[in-house]
Each structure stands twice: as structure tokens, then as C-alpha cells.
Design a protein around this ligand. Structure first.
Ligand code: NAD
Length: 294
């Protein structure tokens, strides 16, 4: 069985790596946070003391890091990982980063005869744990076929979005829409409660009416409405607001490049920046609810 090196064991990477272990892959893991490495080592993964040690001789490398600078810092440059990965192997870069950063990593990979896909995900930490993520893939379709057994162990829907970087374009469009839905839902719930409605009752009415959306189905931002949602756990776990602000910034960059008009995305970015300024950057992105309640 192919050895997979997995780098970045945070909210998403840890459960994704766990599913690769469950599928029977030999896994070598690395994160800057030793406790994350230790917890997977206890479940059967081989701990690595560095990213370079993790990728040595691995047939597949998966990375799940916060942002473009982490990914470029990991792979590129003379001491970057691309110089350590064996030619002929496969890199699956699953972080949400700028399409341009993904293309730089693609170029470095192809210069070394390494196959690569940008493969950002949707589905949140629950999807990562359940192995039901959606992968939005950019790169060669033939490489996607080669990657399918690995990606299928972590996700349910695999979409080929287009050439190098296209997975990232799909991802920033999706997350801009998600942020707008989250903010709109939080605003409507606060309006209803201020006018005397019970939040759970209103949420259920809207869920089954024309305002129904993914946030109301799976990720209600009002504390106590949905038992397993981050809102009911003090907005802990899930997808940090600072990462949503990053993705909205990436969407604005993409809009700038193409002179696209994205007023809702621009406003969503401003509201998330406000939330960050209030000190809530590490809370789940549904904490945007806080902007609308006393
Ligand atoms: P996170 O901050 O929880 O995890 C990132 C991990 O990367 C951390 O454990 C950190 O220590 C590690 N790391 C950073 N630099 C490293 C390096 N050079 N070498 C090794 N490890 C390093 O973030 P997350 O929530 O897991 O998100 C990861 C990516 O997935 C982000 O790009 C995010 O936008 C995207 N994403 C997150 C969610 C979600 O619901 N959390 C959903 C979809 C996509």
C-alpha cells in the first residue's frame, strides 16, 4: 500500500488523516503542533519530526494548511519541500489558498516531474470526520483519476473544476456565497428574536420556506438551536472566522483581477473584519451572529 505523507493536522487535517488510516493507508504525519502529531501516532500513524522526514519516499503527499503563505513557504524555494519529494509521486494540496499560489506550486511540481492537484474541500469539520467532504479539483483530469482512491477515502463528491488553480477558484466562489448566507441568516434570526419570536421556531419556519439554505439546514448560528453546531458550543471548533475573512479576501482578489462586481462579497468581508477586530477571529464563522445581538 502507498505511503501517504500528511502535513497539517488542524481542525480539518486531523479527521481527514484519520480517515486515510481507517482506509488502510500507511500514513506518516507532521504538524508544527506536536500534540496533533502525537494523537494520530497513538492511532497508528508514523510520526515525523519534520515535513521533509514525512515526505521522504512517500508516494502521495497531502497538505492541509491555513493559507497561501504557509503553502508557498512549505513547498517553494530552494529548501522547500518540492525539492525533497520523489519525482513521480503525487501532491494533493487541499488548503484554501489563492489560485495564483496554487499555480506556483503546480509549476514547481511539474518542473520536478511530480503530479499535483489543487483540491480544496467543502463540508466543514463534520464532513471531514464523516469522510463526506466535497473536493473541488484543479489540474489534469488523468491525475484526478490517479488520486481518486485517496480522495475517496476522505470525501464523497469529487468535482473536476478545470485546469491548475480552478479548484481554488471554485472554492472561493463557494465560500463567498456561504458567508453571504451565514450573515443573511444571522441577521434574519436577530430581527425575528428582537420582534418577539423564538429563534428555534423562526429557524424551522425559514428552513422549510423560501429562505431555506445550507446554514439553516446544518449550521444554525443561534446558540442552542442546533445541538451539534459550533454556535451551541460557544462557537468553538468548526471553521474559524479569520479563515473565512481570508477566503473573502481571496474572492475580492479574484474579482479585482477580472473587474467582476461582487458587492455582497465585499460587504461580507467588511463584516468579518469587524468581527475579527472585536477579538472573535478564532471563533467559528457562525459567530458573526454576535454582530446582530446586544
Ligand atoms: P487549522 O488552523 O485548524 O489547521 C492548520 C494546521 O496547519 C495547524 O495544525 C498548524 O499547526 C498547521 N501548520 C501550519 N503551518 C504548517 C507547516 N509549515 N508545517 C506543518 N504544519 C503546519 O485550519 P483548518 O480549519 O484545519 O483549515 C485548513 C485549511 O482548510 C484552510 O485553508 C481552511 O480555509 C480550509 N478549510 C477549512 C474548513 C473548516 O471547516 N475548518 C472547511 C473547508 C476548508
Amino acid at each position: 500500500m502507498t505511503t501517504i505523507a500528511f502535513i497539517g493536522l488542524g481542525h480539518m487535517g486531523l479527521p481527514m488523516a484519520r480517515n486515510l488510516l481507517k482506509a488502510g493507508f500507511a500514513l506518516r504525519v507532521f504538524d508544527l503542533l506536536q500534540s496533533a502529531v502525537d494523537s494520530l501516532a497513538a492511532e497508528g500513524a508514523t510520526p515525523a519530526a519534520s515535513a521533509a522526514e514525512a515526505v521522504a519516499g512517500a508516494g502521495v503527499v497531502v497538505s492541509m494548511l491555513p493559507a497561501s503563505r504557509h503553502v508557498e513557504g512549505l513547498y517553494l524555494g530552494e529548501s522547500g519541500l518540492m525539492a525533497q519529494i520523489s519525482p513521480g509521486s503525487l501532491v494533493l494540496e487541499c488548503s484554501t489558498i489563492a489560485p495564483e499560489s496554487a499555480r506556483k506550486v503546480h509549476a514547481a511540481a511539474s518542473a520536478r516531474d511530480i503530479a499535483m492537484l489543487d483540491a480544496p474541500v467543502s463540508g466543514g469539520t463534520a464532513g471531514a470526520a464523516a469522510g463526506t467532504l466535497t473536493f473541488m479539483v484543479g489540474g489534469d483530469a488523468a491525475v484526478l483519476e490517479r488520486a481518486r482512491p485517496v480522495l475517496s477515502a476522505m470525501g464523497k463528491n469529487l468535482f473536476h473544476a478545470g485546469p491548475d488553480g480552478a479548484g481554488q477558484v471554485a472554492k472561493v466562489c463557494n465560500n463567498q456565497l456561504l458567508a453571504v448566507q451565514m450573515i443573511g441568516t444571522a441577521e434574519a434570526l436577530a430581527l425575528g428574536v428582537a420582534n418577539g419570536l423564538d429563534a428555534a421556531t423562526l429557524a424551522e419556519i425559514m428552513r422549510q420556506s423560501s429562505g431555506g439554505n445550507w446554514v439553516l439546514e446544518k449550521y444554525n448560528p443561534w446558540p442552542g438551536v442546533m445541538e451539534n453546531a459550533p454556535a451551541s458550543k460557544g462557537y468553538s471548533g468548526g471553521f474559524m472566522s479569520q479563515l473565512m475573512a481570508k477566503d473573502l479576501g481571496l474572492a475580492q482578489e479574484a474579482a479585482q483581477l477580472t473587474a467582476s462586481s461582487t458587492p455582497m462579497g465585499a460587504l461580507a468581508l467588511q463584516l468579518y473584519r469587524l468581527l475579527l477586530k472585536q477579538g472573535h477571529g478564532e471563533l467559528d464563522f457562525s459567530a458573526v451572529q454576535k454582530l446582530f445581538v446586544e
